[in-house]
Design a protein around this ligand. Sequence first.
Ligand code: FES
Length: 104
Amino acid sequence: MIVSVIDREGKSHELPAKPGQVLMRVLRDADMGLKAECDGCCACATCHIYVDNDWYGKLDAPADEEQDMLDEAFDVQENSRLSCQITLTEETDGLKVVIAPDWD
Ligand code: FES
């Protein structure tokens, strides 16, 4: 399976991934510029991404914990998610995301 990513320079990437992988780790391993400072503990919001609108509703809705972090993040849009809270599945093959701006 693949994940389509647009980085902060606007460049497109097709990253190989496997079901069960956490999206943040796929993005970080591919040097997409994510700091992911809390390493997936839903405590930093430096893994912020925008999910393509066609895909947003196909993902499980964010949990309260994730929503609380997003409420405090910068450059948040309706399609914002924290990539450490998204686990890839067969159904997310082809998922499209954009890396949100860095804010520090
Ligand atoms: S890595 Fe810190 S909130 Fe996702």
